[in-house]
Ligand binder design. Structure first.
Ligand code: G3I
Length: 498
């Protein structure tokens, strides 16, 4: 059985690699280098909108996140790191930031693995999504016998120390994970947090997280909430209640641990109803499992399902992006928990891309790439004088898209080189009108002096052809109003606002 499975997989791997490289004329030497060639190669196909280099470049162009769950110990494995480097613009720690990993003994914190995740992300200009501050699972043993008041104090201390440690480096946190019961009850999960602290434990966690890192978006995350059902409605009601009472909450994560052929038909409507409450949404832990061994039919269904999920996110304006729960089927959590099931990710055990990879690329690459309009700023009283707006030269066009909440915000900036020449490096500048402060950035090195901000290219995105575009972004804080800068310079030229 195992031998047949392995042989089938090998046949499929060779089939996919061969098809792709037959297209690009690189057949010679293919098999010997298969695992390396699986990374960052051309994914263009007839009918796809873009001759893309990677999921990352496609997602960047759409202004959405394509993330993966990282185990930093796997980065020493060549193909793992190559895919991680090339294909994703967002990283989440699969286990490294959980309570048992960060506070194995009371008030003794170990951030080595979590720091490794953050440092890896920073080295490649990727955003970091924090997972997770409070979860009934993977709580350290020492919490098991705490009384209600002691458990609440321990939870608040944990949040303060962990969110405090990573402050400014993580743009959003799963503050609370999987707090609701399975089945149709629509009630809370019967965890020790719920039993000993009572209903207030969730809002206590969100308030503590806001206090520890006011610049981070605060999310609640769960599984089997992808469609409209009793569990997702319970979270919907919680978000509505928090919004009404001023309890801080900014976003909802939909894990989407799915089974092939079972993407909920009302998933888009579900995400949209949350967005309509005024929170961001995202698909946080996508994998789509099947009974193993895989075969071509199951893989085709899986590919269609991946495409559906990505398209659903793209159709919801407040959906920040999609994160897959791992890179390769070699290291998925599924076979250990669901024996006889697996093959749920988009690269197989040998790091060959499965049909689902192409499906994700097709979804990310299709349709118009929105050119966001710059929101009209409210008129703030600047804390320092802002220079008068100079006249654009026509050498560059800029779109600046802020997304604000509480006292935090992110901004995505897209620059087009409209000048007469290709360039090899760039420097980009502007002034904040209301004293905003950058806390961390991706895809650029950003420095700030007073209200003046300067961004320089990373090693991998300095080259821009005539008409070429580059995107970068940052996270920041503001004091209540967040008007957009009005004038931008790019290699000394004043840009048009797109
Ligand atoms: O690190 C130890 C290692 O020292 C030990 O030798 C080994 C023996 O079993 O265990 C290792 O820890 C494992 C850990 O993963 C790291 O590999 C744990 O046993 C194992 O339980 C843990 O599983 C993780 C699981 O969460 C915990 O429930 C999975 O990797 C991780 O993918 C999974 O992720 C969760 C999300 O956080 C929340 N949503 C569901 C998702 C899937 O279950």
């Amino acid at each position: 059985m195992l031998a047949t499975h392995t042989k089938d997989r090998e046949r499929m791997r060779i089939h996919h690699l061969t098809r792709r490289h037959a297209r690009s004329g690189l057949l010679a030497g293919l098999l010997a280098a298969a695992s390396v060639l699986a990374v960052g190669v051309t994914v263009a196909q007839p009918g796809t909108a873009e001759a893309a280099a990677s999921l990352k470049s496609l997602a960047d162009a759409k202004g959405r996140d394509i993330g993966f769950a990282l185990d930093p110990n796997r980065l020493s494995e060549g193909p793992y790191k190559q895919i991680a480097d090339a294909e994703f613009n967002l990283v989440v720690a699969e286990n490294a930031m959980k309570w048992d990993a960060t506070e194995p003994n009371p008030n003794q914190f170990t951030f080595g693995q979590g720091d490794a995740v953050v440092n890896y992300a920073a080295s490649g200009g990727k955003k970091v999504y924090g997972h997770t501050l409070v979860w009934h699972n993977q709580m350290p043993n020492w919490t098991a016998n705490l009384s209600g008041p002691d458990l609440l104090a321990a939870m608040k201390n944990h949040i303060a120390k962990v969110a405090g440690h990573f402050k400014g480096k993580i743009f959003a946190w799963d503050v609370v994970n999987e707090a609701f019961a399975d089945g149709g009850s629509g009630g809370r999960r019967d965890s020790i947090l719920q039993q000993r602290i009572g209903n207030s434990w969730i809002e206590e966690a969100f308030r503590a997280a806001r206090a520890a890192d006011p610049g981070a978006k605060l999310c609640i995350n769960d599984y089997s909430t992808d469609g409209i059902n009793a569990k997702s409605t319970a979270i919907y009601n919680l978000v509505r209640d928090f919004k009404a009472r001023g309890v801080p909450i900014d976003c909802v994560g939909f894990q989407a641990h799915l089974i092939i052929g079972q993407v909920p038909g009302d998933m888009q409507a579900n995400l949209q109803r949350f967005a309509d409450l005024g929170v961001d949404v995202r698909v946080t832990e996508l994998d789509i499992r099947m009974s193993t061994p895989a075969n071509a039919t199951k893989l085709a269904t899986q590919a269609a399902d991946y495409k559906k999920v990505v398209n659903i996110c793209l159709a919801v304006a407040r959906c920040g992006g999609v994160t897959v729960w791992g890179i390769t089927d070699k290291y998925s959590w599924i076979p250990g928990v669901f024996p006889g099931e697996g093959a749920a990710l988009i690269w197989d055990e040998n790091y060959a891309p499965k049909p689902a990879y192409q499906a994700v690329a097709d979804a990310l690459g299709s349709g118009p790439t929105p050119v966001p309009t710059t929101p009209v700023p409210t008129t703030p009283v600047p804390t320092t004088p802002v220079p008068t707006t100079p006249t654009p030269t026509g050498n560059c066009t800029v779109t600046y898209v802020p997304n604000s909440w509480g006292n935090g915000f992110t901004a995505e900036i897209r620059i087009r080189n409209d000048g007469p020449n290709a360039i090899n490096s760039w420097s980009f500048g502007f002034y904040f009108p209301a004293g905003q402060q950058v806390t961390n950035a991706w895809n650029a090195t950003v420095t700030q002096s007073g209200t003046q901000v300067n961004a320089r290219n990373m090693s991998y995105n300095g080259a821009l052809s005539v008409g070429g575009t580059v995107s970068f972004g940052f996270q920041g804080t503001h004091t209540g109003s967040n008007p957009s800068p009005t004038s931008f310079t790019f290699n000394g030229s004043v840009c048009r606002n797109g």
